[in-house]
Design a binder for this molecule. Sequence first.
Ligand SMILES: C[S@@+](CC[C@H](N)C(=O)[O-])C[C@H]1O[C@@H](n2cnc3c(N)ncnc32)[C@H](O)[C@@H]1O
Length: 431
Amino acid sequence: MRLPGRMAAAIAVLEDIESHRRPVAEALKAWGLANRFAGAGDRAAIGNLVYDGLRRKRSHGWAMQSEAARALVLSVVVREWGESPESLATLFADDPHAPAALSPDEVARLSATDPLAGAPAAVVADLPDWIAALLEISLGHDWIVEGQGLTGRPPLDLRANLLKSDRARVMKALSRFSPQEGPTSPWGLRLAAGPRDARTPNVLTDEAWLKGWVEVQDQGSQVVSLLCGVQPGEQVLDLCAGAGGKTLALAALMGNKGQIFAHDSDRTRLAPIYDRLKRAGVRNVQVRPPAETALDDLVGRMDRVVVDAPCTGSGTWRRQPHAKWKLTPEQLALRVAEQQQILDDAARFVKPGGSLAYITCSVLPDENGAQAQAFLARHPEFRVVPGHGLWHKAFGGSGARARFTAEGGILLTPATTGTDGFYIARFERAQ
Ligand SMILES: C[S@@+](CC[C@H](N)C(=O)[O-])C[C@H]1O[C@@H](n2cnc3c(N)ncnc32)[C@H](O)[C@@H]1O
């Protein structure tokens, strides 16, 4: 398929997402199944067009004065992929699978020298108005840059698994993908996102991954795992372990010494952890599937409790841009209530002098600073460990920057740390 045919396919997929309220990945898969002639390169290019369009839906929509699928795709290929209205006209004329020819109105909009002239700040930041208002309160004048940071193509981040390998060996093993070290995690490797129709490398079929030398994990997730402060020999409860992304990182930080109890209230989410633990060579994790008394013996005994809370996932909007436009204030309120309940539950497992790490992959203040503050108000037996001290201890001298929030938490964002958005606050229980 050539670019015009791929554009036509992307328009069809975006229309499918909109009209059937389908998840993006599902709509792309359905298109692939119905169009088996398309190769892997075509599918990747169509996916890129769809995701690029959704990430900047509001600003592309403003520039085209329409958020219709066709308008988004045209705007993406001109403003992000470097085509011109003239080059498109020629390409369309030569391709029977092309979308309809550009109208004079479309050509005019695609040729505008200042496509966002007069646009409100929330359009420039590519955020829904109500989210923009929240970020403006929490981030001050940086909120527009931070919003724009959530619109870029994300890299593929990896973590060298120190239980089986080290970063230098992994770099060598994956050299054909040209990985870069860091930029933030000491065990991190990064495969940059390419332009236009670039494909994300499939590292899951690589020997290094199959042997457990390396994990796919955003560097924000790696960094917050480090900031939990776990030490070899400790007793740790990972209360919302899910598929175990942080559990594996915590086990590596502990050098397989001590004990991690990995729990999740959802058996299905927890299920992949067993295979992942095996592949990564983790020996200090006990999985505790959900059951009424599953954690009773751990009350008051944990050196560390990690709450990687269910959240809106706003920090991952680069990867799941559709979620940005679908989130409602009611859904946010539900997540906040859930988080509050989980934090209160988590507190009882922390032994005197132990600590509780509260993590979200969100940039929204209600789920982060406000939640942390409310926890401290309800639990005078805990105090916050100031974030800048934690950061300095972990990264002092490395030049890595983060945002420190008023209540003592740490916020990572694409614009500041070059990672997905994550928040962590560490609380310490009095002796
Ligand atoms: C952000 S995800 C965890 C991701 C995981 N820690 C990782 O790093 O891959 C949040 C998890 O919290 C779980 N969860 C929701 N409510 C819970 C509760 N009351 N107790 C324990 N886990 C809960 C969800 O099932 C979900 O797997």
